[in-house]
Design a protein around this ligand. Sequence first.
Ligand code: 0O2
Length: 225
Amino acid sequence: MSSITINHSSGQYNLDEKFVEAFKNSMEDMQVLMAEYRCALMEIETKFKVLNEQFSLHHDRNPIETLKTRLKSPQSILEKLRKKQLEYTAENVEKELFDVAGVRVICPFIDDIYMLCECLLNQDDIRLVRMKDYIKSPKQNGYRSLHLIVEVPIFLQNEKKPMKVEVQLRTIAMDFWASVEHQLRYKKNLPEEVLNDLAFELRECANISSSLDYRMEVIKNRLDL
Ligand code: 0O2
C-alpha cells in the first residue's frame, strides 16, 4: 500500500494514503458545513433585525441593544468532540454539537427578551429544539440568560436544509456580568481562597444586577416605553 512521508520537527511520519484522503475529505466537508452555518447565522440575524425594526416603528426605542454572531472555532469544535470521544467529522459536528453557530441578543429590558423569544418561536420556519431559562432559574454561580437551540432552514441550490443555531438572549446587565465572570474562568492560577472570594462577590453582584433589571423594568412600564 502506498504511503506519504511527512517530515516534522518532532520526527518523520508515514501516513497511509487512505488516511490522508479521508482527512482531506473531512476538511472539505467541514468547510461546506461551516459555510452552511454561516448562512443559518445570517437567517437568524435577519429575523432579529426585522423584529427590531418593526418594534421601533411603534415604540420610541429598540428592543435590541446589540446583536452578535459567532462560529465556533475549529479548535473548540475539536475539543468538544474529543470530550465526547467522537471523531472530527462533519457528520458528528452536525449530529452532536448544537452551538457551532451562535447568536447573542442583548436587550435593555427583561420583557424584551421574552417578547423577542416569542416572536422568533412563532415564525413558521423555526423549530425549537431546546430551551434553558437561566433567568427564571439562574445557575448556581449567578449566571442569567435565556438560551434557545433552534432549527432554521437554509435554501441551497437544490435543497432546503435545517440548521441548528444557539440563541442567547440577555439584558445589558446580564451580559456585563457574564463577560466579567468569563474572565474568572481563565484565572485558574489564583489561590483558591481568592477564587472562592471572587466567586462569592460575583454571586452577590448577580443578585444586585438582577434586582436592578427588575427595577428598571418597573420604570419602563410606568413610562410606558
Ligand atoms: P462559548 O465560548 O461562549 O461558546 P452544550 O452547549 O449543551 O454542550 P451546556 O453547558 O449544556 O453545553 O449549554 P448551556 O448551559 O446552554 O451553555 C452554553 C453557553 O452559555 C456557554 O458556551 C457560554 O457561552 C454560556 N454560559 C453558560 N453558563 C455560563 C456561565 O456560568 N458563565 C458564563 N460567562 N457563560 C455561561 P461555552 O461553550 O461554555 O462557551
